[in-house]
Design a protein around this ligand. Structure first.
Ligand code: PHE
Length: 448
């Protein structure tokens, strides 16, 4: 069977951007910026993503294209006896998908609230925060609580891919990404011209020495994995669809830069408002986007319309990412275990469904259960970004750096083996990335 490939380079860029740009930008990045020292966090994130983040993306895409296989098989093609290592790249997306759909469900609920519900609770930060807290903790209430929305989002993320959706994702992202960027730019201008926003902007963007802590460094590096989807197998699968004619370097550079711009844009949209106008209300943590953004919309007479537009776009950004997560689970099962696509989707649905349900309930009925001081949702998020994805990336670096050798990967990228890039790539993969990766999960496990 001939392997499906992307229609064009621009198609690959859009599809990988659609996978990269998602809740990581809108939901996760801003709340981490707010929690971990504003400007310092942004700076560490940008430096990390543009150095080792970019290199790891390049490595995974190159492995995918070189082997023409998804993660599970790719390792076996590189070196036969390491085939089993590919399994970790299947476990990562299956875990991620579970809790991703919980947050995706929140987005869907908010979109619906703006479309047909009462938006009065968003009039100020205090009542907006109450609305959010009531919603996520009412896990026993089928209609008003988060469980139903989680299930709908999970079903959409999984069932939509049964027919194979590359062309669909390509098309969807070509339309929605530009609209998203324009809407974001407009909203950022509105935020930056709000009276009294100055302190918020300073608090968000000016780096401070106090912001530089072990926690902020590990959180920022964890965010790199989550946001550029490194260590999840998806880049290997997408690389296998990339045509041999295209330049890997320039293609992935565009994706990573685009991803970073959207992340910083989202922080600019959300964090200054949280800092400047919170007053006595404590807005922080995973609810940040949901608490802050709606109140901003209600400042104008087009509040409902802006809300519908914003949450629909975030929904599309989230669903295209979660579809790519399902693809990262199903493609290897299909490729290596010869499981039919439908069955693979079913496996993803059940396993991620159980993980997601536990995450969902951890804010309500199961709130008493904590692991390392975190509820199940927070722990799953932490475990995938700070432990599983770095381990997966570390294994890839070690297999390529120490066993397979970087040379043939450099050939695949299309660089001369003696070029400056080749030297940089070799040093990064063999020495610097492994050190950073070991550091991040050791540091993540140090109790603070
Ligand atoms: N990068 C996506 C986001 O920012 C999440 C994701 C991770 C998607 C891993 C696919 C694989 O939302």
């Amino acid at each position: 069977m001939e392997r499906e490939s992307f229609g064009s380079r621009i198609g690959f860029i859009f599809a990988s951007a659609a996978s990269a740009i998602g809740l990581g930008n809108f939901w996760r990045f801003p709340y981490l910026v707010n929690e971990y020292g504003g400007g310092t966090f942004i700076l560490i994130y940008l430096v990390s993503v543009l150095t080792f983040g970019l290199i790891l993306v390049t490595l995974e895409v190159a492995i995918g294209r070189m082997t023409g296989k998804s993660a599970l098989e790719a390792f076996g093609v590189l070196i036969k006896k390491y085939k089993w290592l590919g399994w970790i790249a299947v476990i990562v997306p299956i875990v991620l998908l579970g809790y991703y759909c919980v947050i995706g469900g929140w987005v869907l609920r908010y979109a619906m609230q703006f479309i047909g519900g009462d938006i009065a609770p968003f009039i100020d930060l205090e009542s907006s925060t109450n609305f959010f807290n009531n919603f996520v903790t009412e896990t026993g209430d089928l209609w008003n609580g988060p469980v139903l929305w989680f299930v709908i989002f999970l079903l959409l993320s999984t069932l939509l891919i049964i027919g194979g959706v590359h062309k669909g994702i390509e098309l969807l992202s070509k339309i929605f990404l530009p609209i998203l960027l324009i809407l974001m730019a407009v909203l950022v201008v509105i935020v930056f011209t709000l009276p009294g926003i100055g302190v918020g902007i300073e608090g968000t963007f000016i780096p401070t020495l106090e912001g530089l802590t072990l926690d902020s460094v590990t959180a920022a590096i964890g965010q790199v994995f989550f946001s550029v989807s490194v260590g999840s197998g998806i880049l290997i699968a997408y690389g296998s669809y990339l045509s041999k004619k295209e330049s890997i370097n320039s293609t992935v550079r565009i994706t990573v830069v685009m991803e970073s711009i959207v992340a910083v844009g989202c922080a600019a949209l959300i964090v200054p408002v949280a800092i400047a106008f919170a007053g006595g209300v404590s807005v922080s943590g995973p609810g940040l986007m949901f608490e802050v953004i709606p109140t901003l919309f209600l400042q104008s007479e087009y509040g409902r319309l802006t809300g519908i537009l914003f949450f629909s776009l975030v929904f599309i950004a989230a669903i295209t990412s979660s579809i790519s997560l399902t693809e990262a689970v199903v493609a290897p099962l299909e490729d290596s275990c010869k499981i039919k696509r439908k069955k693979g989707v079913f496996v993803a649905l059940i396993v991620s469904g159980i993980i997601g349900l536990l995450c969902c309930l951890s804010l309500g009925e199961l709130s008493g259960i904590t692991i390392l001081g975190m509820n199940i949702l927070k722990f799953t998020d932490f475990f995938s970004s700070n432990i599983l994805m770095p381990i997966s990336a570390l294994i890839t670096c070690i297999v390529v750096g120490y066993v397979f050798g970087t040379e043939r990967v450099i050939d695949e990228i299309g660089a001369e083996r003696t070029s400056k890039f080749a030297v940089y790539f070799h040093i990064m993969i063999k020495y610097i990335c492994p050190v950073i990766l070991v550091f991040i999960f050791v540091a993540s496990l140090v109790p603070t």
